[in-house]
Design a protein around this ligand. Structure first.
Ligand code: GLC
Length: 425
């Protein structure tokens, strides 16, 4: 393995210490001794070298003699994973124990009775250790049903070198972004202005909400659907204009996180909206944009405030797990400060634990960590409701129709309003 991972030695030490700590005490009432429990851990493939995660799991096994962990990966798209879990959990599947949930599913899964109540693993002091957003995301009717694993918030990546060359500052407003994109693409051939996630899927909702919110718009207010508003119309119209003006290529309507990241990563875009994980990949050896990338909060409309959608993944325990104690221990281990540090160093996944934002080693590996802390702290959750996935399907279709120019932004919002009201009635 090429030794390009920052702080790799510390990472190994951290893994060893961590395993020792978690293996030290085994609660009574452990599962059957005749068959060593196999804890099946399901999650989507992490973007990067699979070895650091595999190593964490191996150390957990060493520290918990008799427990085996089998990791199984699912496709990266949140929507596809949701379908898998909803189908299997509804059928009472017990063939996986610990699994990663998107922030938007906890309410739905908890209400359906698919998750083990993990409130005892998150006492008040422990809850304080996390940012508020991820804690709210794992809480349903006052109980905790998952443990925050890593958190996402939308950020803007920009090419420092190209902005500098044109004497431009990183944009604070969407207008400044338009201006910078037009200026730079006039002279840089083969460089698109701004790429983001415009395909009809969950990521589009995350993107669109950032425009709506940064214009003072909303989806719900006091439980009422308020989609059909002037602020939302202006925001959605701006998204469409990004395409008609050529600042964003039309093919953005096919892009999810990784294809958008790859375009920017091969030097073919000035701006990119993505989650924090992308930074580490831009900085790795052999990357065409290494040393040329800056990260900032997303722009806002004049008179509005920058807004980032809260994303991220939590670890839950299947209520039908046959190894609940071992499963809980694994979830706790993987969400501990030391494991979150490993995840941040090896994959650039942002920890939901506040204290890690002051960790010197992490700050050295991710110079934007401290600077972007406010973005993570203020990241806004998508509407928290057990009906979220149904609501999102409406938003995906309507936002996509407007972005692709198949219907006007105002018609899309009128249609979304009507359908959302029917779902949330
Ligand atoms: C990321 C986020 C998740 C979001 C998804 C959308 O995985 O962590 O919350 O739903 O992207 O594509």
């Amino acid at each position: 393995m090429t030794n390009h991972t920052p702080g790799r030695n510390c990472l190994i030490v951290a893994v060893l210490l961590l395993a020792a700590l978690f293996g030290a005490c085994k609660p009574s009432g452990e599962e059957s001794s005749s068959h060593p429990p196999v804890v099946v851990f399901k999650h989507s493939k992490l973007f990067g070298d699979p070895r650091p995660l595999a190593q964490l799991l191996a150390e957990f096994e060493r520290a918990n003699p008799g427990v085996r962990v089998r990791a199984e990966t699912l496709p990266a798209a949140s929507d596809a994973q949701h379908q898998y879990y909803a189908t299997n959990l509804a059928a009472g599947a017990a063939d996986f124990d610990v699994f990663a949930l998107d922030v938007i599913w906890v309410a739905e899964f908890a209400r359906a009775g698919w998750l083990r109540d993990l409130s005892h693993l998150l006492p008040a002091a422990e809850r304080e250790a996390f940012f508020r957003g991820p804690i709210e995301a794992v809480t349903w009717e006052g109980r905790a049903f998952a443990l925050p694993w890593f958190m996402d918030a939308g950020v803007l990546y920009y090419r420092k070198d190209l902005l500098d060359k044109n004497h431009l500052a990183p944009p604070r407003t969407w207008d400044e972004l338009l201006h910078a994109a037009r200026t730079v693409t006039r002279t840089e051939s083969g460089v698109h202005g701004f790429v983001w996630q415009g395909k009809q899927y969950e990521g589009l909702v995350c993107n669109a909400l950032e425009y709506l919110w940064s214009h003072g718009g909303e989806v719900l207010r006091n439980g009422q659907v308020v989609l059909d508003s002037a602020a939302n119309r202006a925001a959605l119209t701006f998204m469409r204009e990004l395409l008609t003006s050529g600042v964003t290529p039309e093919f953005v309507t096919t892009l999810t996180e990784e294809p958008a990241r790859e375009i920017f990563g091969r030097g073919a875009a000035l701006f990119l909206r993505n989650w924090p994980y992308a930074w580490r990949l831009f900085e790795q050896q052999g990357s065409a944009v290494r040393g040329k990338v800056g990260v900032s909060a997303l722009p806002h409309f004049i008179g509005g405030k920058s807004a980032a959608t809260l994303g991220g993944w939590q670890l839950g325990v299947n209520r039908h797990s046959r190894n609940p104690q071992a499963a809980e221990r694994l979830a706790q281990y993987l969400t501990s400060p030391a494991a979150q540090k490993v995840l941040a160093l090896a994959y650039g996944y942002n920890p939901p634990r506040r204290a890690l934002y002051e960790d010197p080693e992490l700050l050295a590996a991710q110079p934007f960590f401290a600077e972007l802390r406010a973005v993570y702290e203020r990241a806004r959750p998508r509407p928290v409701t057990p009906q979220y996935v149904r609501l999102s399907q409406v938003l995906q279709a309507e936002f996509s129709g407007a972005v692709a120019g198949l219907k006007s932004p105002s018609q899309a919002l009128i249609d979304a309003q009507r359908q959302a009201e029917a779902i949330l009635r």
